[in-house]
Design a protein. Structure first.
Length: 244
């Protein structure tokens, strides 16, 4: 039963040889991702074949290693998410999707769908946790991958690249800290991403507390870091990151 379900949920993508992906897909991202990180899905839907062709270009072959590998993996995850929204006609939230035996509320989208990367099939959850997180152990990935939701870090309008990955990830994390987190009444109000992946920020990021990690990107968090990091977590906004 599980094998049949996996096949039924897999995204079978055929490359489009007429698409000059080296230029076309980045141009589509630049046109469809807004300055606030939201997505014009109506415009993106017209370019669905370009998104699919880009995803297909990563389906086979050998995965690069190091910074090239991490950059490609982030780009792949974000493309898979966009393709999932388009092909499953998500209108309000990725949590609305039910796939086979996988229920609404997240599992349908993040566990039920399957995408192929370098010869292996992954759910989005497995690709994030088993391939990206465990493979690269860099907490800044949480500011770079996007789950098509308003609570996510802003989606980048440009692809990540191995040769410029470190400053790109630093900019992504600084933006995430600035736009999805805040200080309120002498308390840090963090995205639930910091709750779900706290050990990544503390262990991989070598930080004493979450405020100390945030202070690397915003000095306003330094006093909170020094006072034990009083904080709470903001409930996650799962509404689709649809441009207004």
């Amino acid at each position: 039963m599980f094998a049949l379900l996996t096949l039924a949920c897999a995204q079978h993508i055929s490359p489009d040889g007429d698409v000059n992906l080296s230029a076309r897909y980045p141009a589509v991202l630049a046109a469809c991702v807004q300055s606030d990180g939201s997505v014009n899905y109506a415009a993106l839907r017209a370019e669905r074949d370009t998104v699919a062709a880009y995803a297909a270009s990563l389906s086979q072959g050998t995965a690069p290693i190091g910074e090239q590998g991490l950059a490609e993996s982030i780009n792949a995850y974000n493309a898979f998410v966009l393709l999932g929204v388009l092909d499953r006609e998500i209108e309000q939230s990725v949590q609305e999707l039910r796939v086979g035996l996988f229920p609404k509320g997240g599992p349908g989208f993040f566990v039920g769908l399957r995408f192929q990367y370098r010869g292996q099939w992954f759910s989005l959850r497995a690709f994030e946790n088993e391939h990206i997180r465990e493979g690269f152990r860099d907490p800044r990935i949480h500011a770079a991958i996007n789950c098509a939701s308003a609570g996510c870090p802003p989606l980048s309008a440009e692809l990540f690249a191995g040769e410029s990955l470190d400053p790109q990830l630093n900019r992504a994390m600084a933006r995430f800290i600035s736009e999805r987190n805040r200080i309120e009444n002498d308390q840090a109000v963090f995205s639930q991403i910091f709750e779900w992946f706290e050990s990544d920020f503390l262990d991989w990021g070598n930080a004493d507390n979450l405020c100390a990690y945030a202070a690397r990107y915003d000095v306003a968090y330094i006093p909170l870091a020094q006072s034990g990091c009083p904080h709470r977590f903001e409930p996650y906004d799962w509404s689709l990151n649809q441009a207004e």
